[in-house]
Design a protein. Sequence first.
Length: 335
Amino acid sequence: MNTSKTKDKYQLAIVPGDGIGKEVMEATIYVLDSLGIDFEYVYGEAGDECLEKTGTALPKETLEIIKNADACLFGAAGETAADVIVKIRQEMKMFANLRPVKSYPNTNSLFENIDFMIVRENTEGLYIAGEESYTDEGAIARRIITREAESRIIDYAFRYAKENNKSKVTGVHKANVLKKSDGLFKEVFYEVAKNYPDIATEDFYVDATAMYLITQPESFEVIVTTNLFGDILSDEGAGLVGGLGLIPSANIGEDAALFEPVHGSAPDIAGQGKANPIAMMLSSIMMLRYIGENEAAEKFESAILKLLTDGNILTGDLGGSASTMELAEAVKNNL
């Protein structure tokens, strides 16, 4: 969804993070620099190495860099991922998490015609810091669902569908058991749907959705759901199309946006030039569309599609032997 207008120069916050985050970020910027767009890169630190170096996983200076930028590209974080990404989402009020699930050639995808978006609520549900506590018997977590937050994310999903020529939105919940919290989600889903009469609607229980993603994934176009369910279903979606190394994501707020691959820092291969940068590159393509540079986004994605279709220059996880930067060079040449 485009939330910004094109302009002469963009300031990007660059937070490489830990492990392979640095390598995939370097490869991605190498290609971005070939698109003819004037980017100013402002680098910030975050993650495990930052914690060891500075005593904090997410310095205030990095938050300020992200706040002042047109968008942020984030690489990967290790053990401190929750302290970094969740805090950024909360600080920047990034209420929408977008995770596209799309099949590409030569990627071990289980199906050839998958192309849907999971729109996940980012600010409430079970993923709120401080809403867990120990009790004498064990521990307890509080799940918060509000009409305001769910109306906002559901409306975002329908607007995304409308702006991207999608014809159907699927609401996912567990209202048969969680009658009040997910019951409210389902109620709000159909209230918002009335504002979009040209878009078809359906709703499924989350367990049924998990099955349908395996048996009929081609039937989905846009899925909207709460935080925990979206987290689980998006990783299942990654399994459908070849793994986490190919899945980008976006965190969108009213005034801020962060784009990151969903894979981790992969310390076992960090520094060896083996990392697959495609998920980071696809995340940067989402960033290009966010800032309104749609032509550049199409050009970049076409270059990746050609690389995958040819199948000659692939990293080890895709059955090839190319290094991270060799793959980046090939994508750049395809431009």
